[in-house]
Design a protein around this ligand. Structure first.
Ligand SMILES: N[C@@H](CCC(=O)N[C@@H](CS)C(=O)NCC(=O)O)C(=O)O
Length: 205
């Protein structure tokens, strides 16, 4: 595959999903660390690449730009000819439905609450209380799903695991008690091992 550029940040789960997918697939890339806290996604140069002003983005060798973490993961997986994207249309749509759920329900509560607490340094009273309820509802749904299987797609690591683990492993920073979700905790360790990344607590130490 051509050499791509990934604009991302090491503190962002959305960006790490893309990095881990590329690493897993053996795709070579240039990583351009982009600091959202310093407004580096709001510069004229960045906005010319991505009018949405958000990371991650991928710039292909021919200059085309791809946005949205889960769309980028799908592109990398399909483009590299991996078996991470099922060929059966129902299985493929089921896999994609987890990616939509991650963005629509999980990330929009767990990642947002983590950002408000860890980076915006808001007190719990100043954070929308529904973020806690919806985040815990996400973790409960995952707990039930993972009680019966090792990975979201069944017996092996797939794109939904990579997408969902990104912010789930950081959920403690958002004020969620991961200890209440033992199957989720075991799954996090399994996915980290499969991706060959250190556990989040080790990374922070
Ligand atoms: N749905 C997007 C979300 C991207 C996103 O929220 N990016 C954040 C970092 S995690 C960002 O760039 N924030 C800066 C901003 O919005 O100004 C995706 O999955 O790629």
């Amino acid at each position: 595959m051509e050499r791509i550029k990934i604009y991302g940040s090491a503190i962002s789960g959305n960006c790490l999903k893309v990095k881990w997918t590329a690493d897993l697939l053996g795709i070579t890339y240039d990583w351009i660390e982009t600091d959202i806290l310093k407004g580096e996604t709001r510069t004229e140069t960045f906005l010319a690449l991505s009018p949405a002003g958000q990371i991650p983005i991928v710039v292909l060798e021919d200059g085309r730009v791809l946005e949205q973490s889960c769309a980028i993961m799908l592109y990398l997986a399909e483009q590299s000819g991996s078996n991470l994207v099922p060929s059966d249309p129902f299985e493929k749509a089921t896999m994609i439905s987890w990616l939509f759920w991650e963005q629509n329900f999980h990330e929009s509560s767990i990642a947002v609450r983590r950002f408000r607490k860890r980076f915006a340094r808001l007190s719990d009273d100043d954070i929308d209380p529904t973020l806690l309820t919806r985040g815990n509802a996400s973790l409960s749904l995952m707990e039930n799903h993972l009680a019966a299987q090792d990975y979201f797609g069944g017996t092996r690591l797939g794109l939904p695991d990579i997408a969902l683990v990104a912010y789930t492993r950081m959920a403690g920073e958002g004020g969620y008690a991961l200890a209440d979700y033992p199957a989720v905790q075991a799954w996090i360790a399994r996915v980290e091992a499969a991706l060959g990344i250190p556990s989040y607590t080790e990374e922070q130490a």
